[in-house]
Design a protein around this ligand. Structure first.
Ligand code: GRF
Length: 201
């Protein structure tokens, strides 16, 4: 199954997926393309190092989200991409994109959804003073950070934790949870009914 991973920055989750594939932990999944909206994204270096094709499309020449997404959809279709994995991609996808890949777009979010949606999940949860936070993988729908939840992992916030230590713990769990989620998808083990996901064993 051909996978495209979308990034905007560091790409540590991309790296976890690359490593998982290399170690045989993505089943028949193959990361065939890395898409970035930022030419400076460090994740692009990771892709090149792993010999994965990259496609960089910056926003500057597009007057609408739909126009931008149209170019990406064309590229994905041309390459036969069957699964889109968002890994720190900082753009919201248009309805056209979501329709084109309905049920085939995954995201990872650094909080226990539906709490602390948005771009600053880790910081927002920490500042709020929660005792438990975590990581969520989910399907992408039109509503931001609200699609069916696939896997979640809770992380305790201890009194000695700082924003830095919590970030570290979250990223560590992300790098386990995302490859696991992608593998389940590739193996056809994820069933969606309404907003609920059931994992087949
Ligand atoms: C991760 O925390 C992910 O949950 C969020 O964006 C961050 C991306 O980090 N959606 P990286 O680029 O994979 O290191």
């Amino acid at each position: 199954m051909k996978i495209a991973v979308f990034i905007s920055g560091n790409g540590s989750n991309l790296q976890a997926l690359i490593d998982a594939e290399k170690n045989g932990n993505l089943s028949e999944g193959k990361i065939s393309l890395v898409v970035s909206d930022n030419a400076e994204a460090y994740g692009l270096e990771r892709a090149k190092k792993a010999d994965i094709e990259t496609f960089v499309l910056e926003n500057v020449n597009f007057s609408s989200r739909e126009q931008y997404d149209e170019v990406i959809i064309e590229q994905l279709k041309a390459e036969g991409i069957e699964l889109v994995v968002l890994a720190g991609f900082m753009r919201i996808l248009s309805k056209d994109f979501i329709d084109a890949y309905e049920g085939k777009i995954l995201n990872i979010h650094p909080s226990l959804l539906p709490s602390f949606k948005g771009a600053h999940g880790i910081k927002d949860a920490f500042k709020y003073g929660v005792k438990v936070t975590g990581v969520t993988t989910h399907f992408v729908t039109e509503e931001l950070d609200a699609g069916p939840i696939i896997l979640q992992k809770a992380i305790n916030v201890e009194e000695r934790d700082t924003l830095d230590t919590i970030e570290e713990k979250i990223h560590k769990e992300e790098h386990i949870l995302y490859p696991e989620t992608v593998r389940l998808f590739v193996e056809g083990k994820i069933d969606i009914k309404g907003n609920k996901v059931r994992i087949k064993n």
